[in-house]
Design a protein around this ligand. Structure first.
Ligand SMILES: *Cc1c(COP(=O)(O)O)cnc(C)c1O
Length: 351
């Protein structure tokens, strides 16, 4: 596949902004090049525009060449950049597989880029033939979310590989929840598919949603394009430092992930046998999708008791469903106590 032919003409032609810190890369004793304030505040200097140290550590952890890593101000920035690099407004389209994460569509809508929807199957799997049938010459980016939000499942590997080998554009696999999953990351397929972009984030398993740090693992060419289009200093100095600190304490992160996985099982146990619970979907994430007899009623009931869950009952293929994030043990226990007292209305409607 020819990556260049997928890129918007204006982006191919773009001469990117050249910052002071990217024009001089060595070490100097006196920096008078960037109009910074010379008095030390801890933050008076611009951050490293390419996050070299952080990418080194991430590359080490993920066994990926740092030149194949891009870091964004949250995965949300990466989604936005990919759409703006590859999709010409009012001409090109992305493909999404609902029910899925909402930001793919919002970013496309903001960029005035079309959105083709190919719903998942009733078992929440992608339908490769339907995707390929729908895609036309101006369909540039396919977003796959695996494990998927809000359904919680990992997609079958063969279906994803079918799409990777046949889809005539960029395939983004959003692995925001991969650390809660028993499935391996598709990072291992990077060498096989030049059109693959794997996204991960510091927001979930790493417990750093407030930092806003997302990662993309992809070809060097795609990293080059992302670097060309990103704001020069998109990752601030505090975020880079906090991520480096977190990477030094991986054991704490791994322990918390194990606790969350244990609590996920506890939550499923709690929910099993409640008479208003109709279905508990298997989860490879830190949340559980649950079908209940009266989702709006249950949602309001919990809010009245100070507990907020996500009502997904108006989302396609998710009629009757609420999404519950796995909390700390005492939080899950408190939810359970309230659920024990809950009485669903008679003649409840599922939607
Ligand atoms: C939570 C989540 C993210 C994280 O986005 P950030 O911008 O990195 O916080 C990405 N994708 C999906 C599907 C998510 O659910």
């Amino acid at each position: 596949m020819n990556l260049d032919s997928l890129v918007r003409e204006n982006i191919r032609q773009l001469k990117p902004y050249s910052s002071a810190r990217s024009e001089f890369e060595g070490r100097a004793e006196v920096y008078l090049d960037a109009n910074e304030n010379p008095f030390e505040t801890g933050l008076n200097r611009y951050p490293d525009p390419l996050q070299v140290e952080l990418k080194g550590e991430i590359g080490h952890l993920k066994k990926v060449d740092p030149e194949r890593i891009f870091i964004g101000n949250g995965s949300d920035e990466i989604i936005d950049l990919l759409i703006r690099i590859f999709c010409e407004p009012r001409r090109d389209q992305i493909v999404i597989l609902p029910p899925t994460y909402g930001m793919y569509r919002v970013s496309a809508d903001i960029a005035d880029v079309g959105v083709l929807e190919v719903p998942l199957s009733s078992s929440f799997e992608p339908r490769p033939e339907a995707v390929l049938e729908k895609a036309g010459p101006n369909t540039k980016v396919l977003f796959l979310c695996s494990p998927n939000n809000p359904t919680g499942n990992c997609f079958e590997r063969s279906r994803v590989e079918h799409l990777l080998s046949q889809f005539p554009g960029i395939v983004v696999v959003d692995e925001a929840y991969i650390d809660f999953s028993s499935a391996p990351s598709l990072i291992e397929l990077l060498d096989d598919y030049p059109n693959l972009v794997v996204m991960q984030t510091f927001s979930k398993a790493w417990g750093l949603a407030g930092l806003r740090l997302g990662m993309a693992f992809t070809s060097k060419e795609s990293v080059g394009l992302l670097n060309k289009v990103k704001p020069p200093y998109n990752i601030n100095r505090l975020s880079q430092q906090a991520a480096l600190n977190a990477l030094q304490d991986r054991e704490k992160v791994e322990k918390r992930v194990r606790t969350i996985l244990g609590q996920r099982a506890v939550l499923v146990q709690y929910l099993t046998g409640l008479n208003f619970v109709e279905k508990i979907y298997p989860s490879e994430t830190n949340f559980v999708l649950v079908k209940v007899s009266a989702p709006d009623h249950l949602y309001d009931y919990l809010v009245d008791r100070g507990i907020v869950v996500r009502n997904r009952s108006k989302v396609q293929l998710c009629a009757g469903c609420i999404r519950i994030t796995v909390g700390r043990p005492e939080e899950n226990e408190r939810l359970f106590q309230e659920l024990l007292d809950y009485r669903a209305p008679k003649n409840a409607e599922t939607t």
